[in-house]
Write a new protein. Structure first.
Length: 308
């Protein structure tokens, strides 16, 4: 929020921390050979690094954080589309209906955000047109990242079927191999490190350490990201890419609500409608209603058996 363009230093810090932790505890200081051939990790890493950088850069293109979260929730559609094309999967009518709801929800939120950008009264007409064009470029970047992320999920699923489940190893290589790529972003990372140093001082509760508050925020982000991404990689070894996508989508919903309420981001009734469509469609896709009905039916049977 203070530095909208700081995504690169945040991502670099996350990658560095996870890579160091994995090098020590998973790779055993480089002595342990990978179970999955390293060339496959290079392919996965190229996708992972590209998705991370493009998503970060989209925030510099007049994309608000709530729209960023909602748009990325469309990964369910992308996963389904690529599953049909690459894995030749077929789905029921209810599945296609749920995807249509998700698509409509994302379109609604995107369209309303476009109107907000286009009607910004604080800008001159020429500046407003330029801002809107940058926004369109941001939408294109998010779309590309969405498709690339879905392709990566399918690639991971195929690798685990062929070589077995190795979530900790995948987590390490996905974060260690891209580190040299951050050299291309070094000027931007250094610039934001300087800005972080200039932020107001903050005393960490409990230990009495004083440091610039932006570095404290970054440290907390890195720790929570490590917990999050480790859970996601474990999930990829136990579930299909679509199931993983669903869980991550619902997690984004919680992030979205927090972002709106705590940071007071602008959100209209149309945005709420679009968000509702996205997550109703997501729940419909997983047939959670049917599972809940079976669960309640099973519970009532048990009660009747106890009464008898």
């Amino acid at each position: 929020r203070r530095f909208p363009g700081c995504g690169n230093i945040v991502t670099f810090s996350q990658f560095l921390f996870i890579a160091v932790e994995g090098f020590i505890f998973e790779a055993n200081f480089g002595r342990k050979r990978p179970a999955i051939p390293i060339r496959n990790y290079f392919i996965m890493v190229a996708m992972f690094f590209t998705v991370s950088v493009v998503n970060n850069y989209a925030l510099n293109l007049n994309i608000a954080m709530p729209l960023h979260m909602i748009f990325r929730s469309g990964s369910l559609i992308a996963s389904m589309a690529l599953g049909i094309i690459i894995l030749k999967k077929r789905y029921s009518v209810s599945k296609y209906t749920s995807i249509a709801l998700v698509s409509l929800g994302i379109f609604t939120c995107t369209f309303m955000s476009a109107k907000q950008v286009a009607s910004d009264s604080s800008l001159k007409e020429e500046d407003g047109a330029q801002v809107f064009l940058w926004w369109l470029l941001g939408i294109a970047a998010l779309t590309f990242a969405l498709l690339m992320s879905a392709r990566m999920g399918i690639f991971q699923e195929m690798l685990y079927k062929e070589f077995g489940k190795h979530s900790k190893e995948a987590l390490f290589y996905n974060h260690a191999l891209p580190l040299p790529g951050f050299l291309l972003l070094a000027p931007n990372i250094y610039q934001h490190a300087v800005l972080f140093n200039q932020s107001e001082l903050f005393q960490v509760p409990g230990i009495g350490l004083t440091l610039p508050i932006m570095w404290f925020y970054l440290f907390m982000n890195v720790i929570t990201q490590y917990v999050c991404i480790r859970g996601v990689f474990i999930l990829t070894t136990e579930c299909t890419s679509l199931t993983v996508t669903l869980v991550v989508t619902l997690r984004k919903f919680v992030s979205l609500i927090f972002s709106i309420l705590y940071f007071r981001n602008p959100f209209t009734a149309w945005h709420w409608l679009g968000t509702s469509l996205v997550f109703v469609g997501t729940l419909m896709y997983t047939e959670v209603w049917k599972s809940l009905g079976l669960f309640l039916e099973c519970g009532s049977r048990r009660r009747r058996m106890k009464e008898e």
